[in-house]
Design a protein around this ligand. Sequence first.
Ligand code: BEZ
Ligand code: FE
Length: 286
Amino acid sequence: MRNLDENMITEAVLSRHANASNPRLKEIMTSLVNHLHAFAREVRLTEPEWESAIRFLTEVGHITDDKRQEFILLSDTLGLSMLVTAMANVKPAGCTEATVFGPFFVDGAPVHANGDNIANGASGELCFVSGCIRGLDGVPIANAEIEVWQADSEGFYDVQYDGDVHRARALLHSGTDGHFSFRSIVPVPYPIPHDGPVGRMLSALGRHPWRPAHLHFMVTAPGFERLVTHVFRDGDQYLDSDAVFGVRSSLIAQWVHHDEGQAPDGSRMYTPFSTLDFDFVLNRAS
Ligand code: BEZ
Ligand code: FE
């Protein structure tokens, strides 16, 4: 094939996929080429614009390492992560909705018993969290694995600090009655890392990098679909402008503030604390 003009080049590329042995790869790449070319035609992409896009993607690659995943941030801020999550997690009404995973989960969180303080020195106002893991039929799920992780009052996750100390992160198990509980800190809104190319993209687009305050949960139990979700704090100013589009109304909960008094574990508190109670409903695995 020679002398391809702007109208012929798309078909020329697609014809080279004829011998692709993986049909799903062929489907994805065919659609990608179609949409990419249509996009370039629609905006009449110029050579300087193409060069600047290549420079941007190169910078996204250069800043990415074991601790910093700028490609995930790019996907998150373009709404792609939440789109994929939404498509993969269509559940019956009554199940807890899923939301974005985010880049700050790590394997190997410390295992804690119910009632433990998981903060391990993370800064923030003390908070007692409790809830129950159930199936759609209302039956409690015993021994479900519950991973929880959150940022501190500075807006940073433990993995964003130097060193390998886990803070405000734990692996817990629901009891025989499906209940779980732990002490941690009240979450606050925080900006996603915005000192790199994705941050520059956001500010060029007049967008802020903030996420509303939330706790991350990942709940797994045999016979049920894995649930990756957050619980968002009611009243947060960023609930309707989350930088990564992850908020679902059903995941917004009340953190109740107490000036002092009896904590849920029966202890007497002489300083302010908060409580959160939130139940999770898992979908049966098909
Ligand atoms: C998070 O909630 O941890 C998160 C999600 C997407 C991008 C950055 C952070
Ligand atoms: Fe987060």
